[in-house]
Write a protein that binds this ligand. Structure first.
Ligand code: SAM
Length: 288
């Protein structure tokens, strides 16, 4: 029986091949961005990126439940003064593999380092590509609603006549709004741009993302005790988010040092007591 809530040290393709079909609800991961950090962990040349990733995404598709989601946090690097195209090529190749490219979320890194480059400005965003296996998938939109904010008090305090009816777009776009619908509402749905600071604490890994990033997607695409897989788990951030949100996790990390770091982080900062002794700590037989 496959145990949950653990970090497996090994190559993700090899480990993924040992997992049963349809066994995870969400895959959230940030793979090496080609050879961006080849000095700290193994990189992949940009020209071979798609060919390297496709066997992995094939296995990810097999282990993801039909109504599950796959969020791929990635950004194309710039080489010789030009942005490379391997992420765009990967999206097209994954569509051919049978994935639906359902949405693209933008992670705006609101505290990115200052700096100067001769041909561009500092890079303050990354992609979070949302792939699914089918059009109908699990999504809990209410779990990520945001407070309406102060503007609502002023804007909604004096409604005009047009605010009280559906006001159709004057340019014929087909869009319209009834502002009065927002009276009394405390929360609104967010956009697909996430404004989150990068990880500021030293987690012992040069590419850790903040816990807030996987947490947001975990809340959006899973329920309590669902299973989240991160096949490139690094310092264990996704596992930590799962532990705090009462979800099961499965992490894979090639480097022994990082896998140990990840286990220590969950042990130290996680909220494991919630699941200790819970009857579904191991995958139920229906998954095997
Ligand atoms: C971008 S980092 C992930 C960082 C992570 N999100 C965090 O918050 O710490 C990518 C990780 O994938 C690992 N890795 C690279 N190739 C791998 C492979 N084939 N299988 C498993 N892990 C791999 C690297 O060692 C690195 O720790």
């Amino acid at each position: 029986m496959l145990e949950l809530d653990k970090i497996i040290q090994g190559d993700c393709l090899t480990v993924l091949r040992t997992l049963p079909d349809d066994c995870v609800d969400l895959i959230f991961t940030s793979p090496p961005y080609a050879d961006n950090r080849k000095k700290t962990y193994k990189g992949i040349p940009t020209g071979r990126y798609v060919e390297w990733f496709l066997p992995i995404s094939c296995e990810l598709k097999r282990v993801l439940r039909p109504e599950g989601s796959f969020i791929l946090n990635i950004k194309e690097r710039a080489e010789n003064g030009e942005r490379q195209t391997y992420v765009l090529e990967l999206i097209l190749a994954m569509k051919k593999q049978g994935w639906l490219w359902t949405e693209e979320y933008i992670w705006h890194k609101k505290n990115c380092y200052p700096g100067k480059w001769p041909n561009r400005f500092r890079d303050s965003w990354e992609r979070c590509l949302h792939f699914t296996k089918q059009k109908k998938f699990k999504m809990f939109q209410e779990a990520v609603m945001v407070p309406m904010g102060d503007w609502a008090d002023k804007r909604l305090s004096k409604l005009s006549d047009t605010d009280k009816i559906r006001d159709e777009s004057r340019v014929g776009s087909g869009f319209g709004k009834n502002v009065s619908n927002w009276l009394e509402r405390q929360y609104a749905y967010p956009t697909n741009v996430l404004h989150m600071a990068t990880e500021c604490a030293n987690r012992g890994h040069s590419a850790s993302f903040p816990v807030s990033l996987p947490s947001w997607f975990i809340k959006l695409f899973t329920g309590e005790r669902d299973v989240v897989l991160d096949p490139f788990i690094g310092s264990g951030t996704t596992a930590l988010a799962c532990s705090k949100l009462n979800r099961h996790y499965l992490g894979i990390e090639a480097m022994k040092h990082y896998s140990e770091l990840a286990c220590e982080a969950v042990e130290r900062e996680g909220d494991g007591h919630k699941r200790t002794g819970s009857p579904d700590k191991q995958m139920s037989p229906r998954l095997l």
